[in-house]
Each structure stands twice: as C-alpha cells, then as structure tokens.
Design a protein around this ligand. Structure first.
Ligand SMILES: [Zn+2]
Ligand SMILES: [Zn+2]
Length: 363
C-alpha cells in the first residue's frame, strides 16, 4: 500500500530492485521517475557496478539510509531521450552517472568544478532531489539525470567496464592527480586490493609510477604483481618487510574501510609524502602526531571527483586502456553478490547486467 506513492510520485513507471529495510535484502520494486526535463538526459541502464557504499547503505551502516532504497552509482547506459536544452548528448549516446546527480552550481566548489565538495551536493540514491522526491540509483531500468552530471562514454570503452570507473575509478584517479602522484618515476603505495585498490594500481601504473601494494594477505602478491602490474608487494603484518620499505614512498592511496593503524603506513613515506585516505572506517583512526613531524608528512582524504575531472578520467582510461577487472552478474544474483562482497570475495568489481537480466514484474 505504502508503495503506491513511489509508483505514482512521477508520471513514468520505473522498475528496479530495492531494499525495504536495514536487512538490506533486495527484491523487485516498482516506482516512478520524472519526465525528461529541459536539461535532463534519460537513458536505459545497461550495466551498474556494485560499490562497497551500496552495501553500507543497504544495511544502514551510517544511519542515513532511506527506504525503499534502490542502490547503484556506477551506472552505464544508452541515451533514449534528451530535453530541449540539452547540449552535450543525443539519443543513442553511451553515457554514465556516478555518485552525484546534483549540486548547487553556484558555490565556490561548484564554480571550481568540484561539485563533489559542494555542501549541497545530491547523491544518486537515497537523497532528496531539488523537486523534493527521493533519488533512486542504477539497480533499475532507466535513469533521468541533469546533463551536467552525465558523463560521456566513448564507443571504444565497453559499458560493463565503464561502470566501475564512475565511482571506484574517479575515487582513486582524483587524489593521484590532485596530490601530484601522477608523475612518471614516482613511487606510489596502494593499501588494500579491492574495487578501489585494483583501480589505483592500474591508474598509477598508467601515470608511469612505480607501484607497491601493501596488504594484509600474502596470497594476493602473485595476483598484484603478475596480473595487475604492481612492481612490488608488502605484507603489512611482516615487520621486516615494512622496515625495509621505510621512507620509500612518495604517496599512498589507502583504500581500506576497516579499522587499521596509520603510523606504520606513514613510516613508509618519504619526506613530504602524503597518505591519502579514500575509504571510510566507521570509527576514528589513531593518528600519532610525532609520525608526521619529521619529514613534514601529510595525512589527507579525497572523495570521488568533480564532473569535469570524472569525464577526464573516463577519457584517460580509454586512451591508456585502463579497465577494471569485473565479474558480470545477473540481477537475480544480487543478494548472493552482496554476501560475497562482504567477504571481499570478488575480483574486483561486481557489475550487474541490467540490460539483459532485469525483468519487470507484471503484478
Ligand atoms: Zn561508490
Ligand atoms: Zn555548490
């Protein structure tokens, strides 16, 4: 009964998979989306990546989730309709939407092409849009988004591979660029080898850096070096390996979203080195000030990227053949995929084949 409002909030019927409560279990869901506005692009969703954030949001780990929740912010598809004032896209174009679908467009961050730091940014699902309705993500048949928040995907890039770039890709690309870790010959560390970490290795290699993966699991070494192209591997629990690598890294992209000690990582940095956190542990991390003073080291953070940079990242990925390693799944497999993601049992990103496997219910 309560579902009627989602179904009739707007005039167009939409269909997807949603969680109804903090159990996070996903099931088919009828809802609605707005008509294509003047500046809107409507596109058929073909693929949607599963980001770790989806799992957190499904289970209300951060206490901010709104149900029914249709997750998905690594969305790739094909344009089916454009508004009368849309300038960048036409029907048939391959496009994507990532973490954001809106921002104020008039603050300092927005003017600087940093919509991701706008205090009024609107996330792709579970947020209130400018018309007061709730946003729904890409585990659904189609999307409507303002063209400013839509990214062009070149034909050379398959849509299933494009999807994870829109969150995992930009999340690591942006700090590599901003913190100057995008220069040939630099030595970059990557902590954690999941969806974000494996993209960090690939982008850092594409920039010409020497890459060292730092992980708790020694069994990832072979894969990191032989398959992902990392130059070396450190098991963070092995004191002698950590000791031998002290003071060797220009910067570190730390993708770990669980509790972990920072001081040993800071120890790996050269003078002026930067430890960039892109994961979001729920509890505060311990930061010993003394570890920063000698060598004036920096601990900082980064969250996705602005729209201009997101487009630049996708274009860079095409040019340098940077592609995520994906496991394409049918939508019926969703709940199992979430259980596997929780155990980090995926190399390295699940991508849902929405175009071929999402079937509307008739009821
Ligand atoms: Zn994400
Ligand atoms: Zn703004």
């Amino acid at each position: 009964m309560a579902e009627l409002q989602y179904e009739f909030e707007h005039s167009r019927k939409a269909f997807g998979w949603a969680a109804r409560d903090g159990s996070g279990v996903l099931s088919p869901f009828n809802f609605s989306r707005r008509e294509t506005g003047e500046k809107d692009v409507t596109f058929k969703v073909m693929y949607c990546g599963i980001c770790h954030t989806d799992l957190h949001m499904l289970k209300n780990d951060w206490g901010t989730s709104v149900y029914p929740l249709v997750p998905g912010h690594e969305i790739a598809g094909v344009v089916t309709e454009v508004g009368s004032k849309v300038e960048k896209f036409k029907v048939g174009d391959k496009v994507g939407v990532g973490f954001l679908v809106g921002s104020c467009r008039s603050c300092e961050s927005c003017y600087a092409d940093l919509e991701n730091h706008c205090p009024k940014y609107i996330i792709t699902y579970g947020a209130k849009y400018v018309d007061g309705t709730i946003t729904y993500g890409g585990y659904s048949d189609f999307m409507v988004a303002d063209e400013h928040f839509v990214v062009r995907i070149q034909d050379a890039l398959p849509l299933d591979a494009a999807a994870p770039l829109l969150c995992a890709g930009i999340t690591v690309y942006s700090p590599l660029r901003y913190y100057g870790l995008d220069k040939p010959g630099l030595h970059v560390g990557v902590v954690g080898l999941g969806g974000l970490g494996h993209m960090a290795v690939k982008f850092a290699k594409a920039f010409g850096a020497k890459v060292t993966v730092i992980s708790t699991s020694p069994n990832k070494k072979k894969e990191a070096i032989e398959h992902l192209g990392a130059d070396s591997f450190i098991v963070s629990r092995e004191q002698d390996q950590m000791q031998a690598a002290m003071g060797t890294l220009d910067g570190i992209i730390d993708t770990v979203s669980a509790q972990h000690p920072l001081a040993p990582l800071i120890g790996l940095l050269k003078s002026n080195g930067k430890l960039v956190l892109v994961g979001g542990p729920e509890k505060p991390l311990e930061l010993p000030a003394l570890s920063l003073l000698s060598g004036r080291k920096m601990v900082t953070g980064s969250m996705i990227g602005g729209m201009k940079e997101t487009q630049e990242m996708v274009d860079f990925a095409v040019k340098h053949n940077v592609k995520p390693d994906i496991e394409v799944i049918a939508i019926d497999y969703m709940n199992t995929a979430m259980e596997r993601l929780l155990k980090a049992d995926v190399k390295y990103r699940f991508v849902i084949d929405i175009g071929n496997t999402l079937k509307p219910t008739t009821s």
